[in-house]
Design a protein around this ligand. Sequence first.
Ligand SMILES: [Zn+2]
Ligand SMILES: [Zn+2]
Length: 137
Amino acid sequence: MDNITAIFKEKKLKLTPQRIAVYKYLKGTKEHPSAEVIYKALQTEYPTMSLATVYKALKTLVEVGLVQEINVGEGNFRYDGTVSEHPHVQCINCTRVDDLSELDLTSLNVEAEKHSKYKVFSNKVYFYGVCDDCQQK
Ligand SMILES: [Zn+2]
Ligand SMILES: [Zn+2]
């Protein structure tokens, strides 16, 4: 908790219970939930919190760089408490999103430079496939 207080202070963010709840939830999951999923998950603990509030909290957290918004296609926004750059893979069947933290794609920046006149600093890569669970079905 002290950690969150310090982080919010550093970002000059007001410590509202909603923001804390959303941030804590994202820090505690690897599932890359959508706003709706976060909303449902927090409903028992915060019954008065609306979906609009969750969206607002997410927007603020993304703006200050505490949370990463990932767009896996067709306006399908997911949220990630890990803000460092890492590739993602999404299951085209059940739409789950996983991290590919071990995969280093910085060499892609060099490749992109070879094909352009840009100095390339970063990339965002999404892979699509069928997850382990869905393959078993
Ligand atoms: Zn799947
Ligand atoms: Zn991630």
